[in-house]
Design a binder for this molecule. Sequence first.
Ligand code: NAD
Length: 509
Amino acid sequence: MEFLHHLQIQASQSGNATGSNWVHSSGEKIESFSPVNGQLIGAVAEADEESYEKIIQQAQEAFLIWRNWPAPRRGEIVRQVGEALRKEKDALGRLVSYEMGKSLQEGWGEVQEMIDICDFAVGLSRQLYGLTMQSERPAHRMYEQWHPLGIVGIISAFNFPVAVWAWNSALAWICGNVTVWKPSEKTPLCSVAVQQIIARVFEQNQVPEGVNCLVQGGRTVGEKISRDHRIPLVSATGSTRMGKALAATVAARLGKSILELGGNNAVIVSKDADLSMALIGCVFGAVGTAGQRCTSTRRLIIHQSVYERFQQQLIKAYQQLKIGNPLDASNHVGPLIDQAAVDQYLQAIERCKESGGKMLVEGGVLSGPGYESGCYVKPCVAAVHPNMEIVQQETFAPILYIMPYQELEEAISIQNAVPQGLSSSIITLNLREAETFLGVNGSDCGIANVNIGTSGAEIGGAFGGEKETGGGRESGSDSWKAYMRRQTNTINWGSQLPLAQGIQFTITD
Ligand code: NAD
């Protein structure tokens, strides 16, 4: 475990920080156990009242200075953050894999996403454009500009312990905001490692203490952030249950939120699909990260004419899956995050069977050497009816539901008939089908793909989903606008004061 030593992950750390400085907290201890082998990796302390206050106040002070740094100069800091992450990619990727349980390839991939978003943000720091509009009044100039909001609260989920923070913070910083991150209580040590990497860069550049803050804790600390009127924007990633509660609290104080919540993603496998491509996309989408991605493929809607054939291919592919230590590159599937996740997986399989689902590939929990953590489960496949209640829900585990269809319209309607709206895709070589799927009568998701799976996205696009996925957008395209406030400015440079809409208003002396 050389990487733990390298990243200075010690047995016990405060885990709460204003930047370079750790802030003592007497809050409850949060221990982090690796789902890979059940070992205790380390512990942090939940932010108590005093440490939370200290951190928020430091963030407020930092904002007053940081917002005056020119955006390209802030971009230069983010460029250096990207460089530091390049240097630490191996070690940080290993920690992600060890603490969260995803494969090493995916752990490194997550750090690569952090690097990519830094590169994107550097360019963006010179492109925070506002429009110039034509005024209806003579000798008037009208334009808009974008200003930072202040403190951006980032609440993240366990399954992307570092990348989602980077999507938010890289953009928030170049926009002139400061950030307070509350990572998942299931993966606190990844946040400690990131904090240390960023602190070195910030210190070298005399970035004010408070631009990059970290608070530890679970739901209670998350709720504190939601209620805190000093935090104008809360960007929250997690379950729909969490998002509904958080959205109501933030909205009650008229704050802004970006919500990235659960998905129930489907792939439509058409009669005109390249089935070998479909197989790779669907299996990776369903079993990658042990089904613990928000974009994991949970449903396959397969054309009747290829249903039997594709089903056989799927079963054969599942038989070849290797389940085991995710740090061993020969394994396809690692563990679930914890025992609670294993219980939910088992309950979902039971409910599926009870409501008439037929298991094509059986599930189950693995035991014996290498599986001591009790978190390793078998990816499974069930033939179901699309309306079954369990199929409407997101179970964060490698359970794949398959169902047949006859007409494309029917497939699209099944695809859309769930409460969530994150990612979707169609595998087809038929242009009409592809365009129908992407068109106004097609997928209702935030992400709609053709001939690739539902899982995984590039940072260049705006990421997020509709309906119970929360409607937020993060990362690429013009997502940066959510981290700023728009100000419309009208300047009268003439010698008259004409009113808008031709309104006459005169005062006689
Ligand atoms: P979770 O909802 O249990 O927790 C997510 C975060 O919210 C944690 O930091 C947690 O402490 C905090 N939290 C929980 N309740 C809260 C409350 N009432 N107020 C404020 N904060 C609260 O989710 P999880 O199990 O960590 O992650 C899995 C879920 O996240 C899945 O539903 C997955 O689809 C979703 N997810 C979505 C995206 C996306 O971009 N759409 C990305 C990753 C994960």
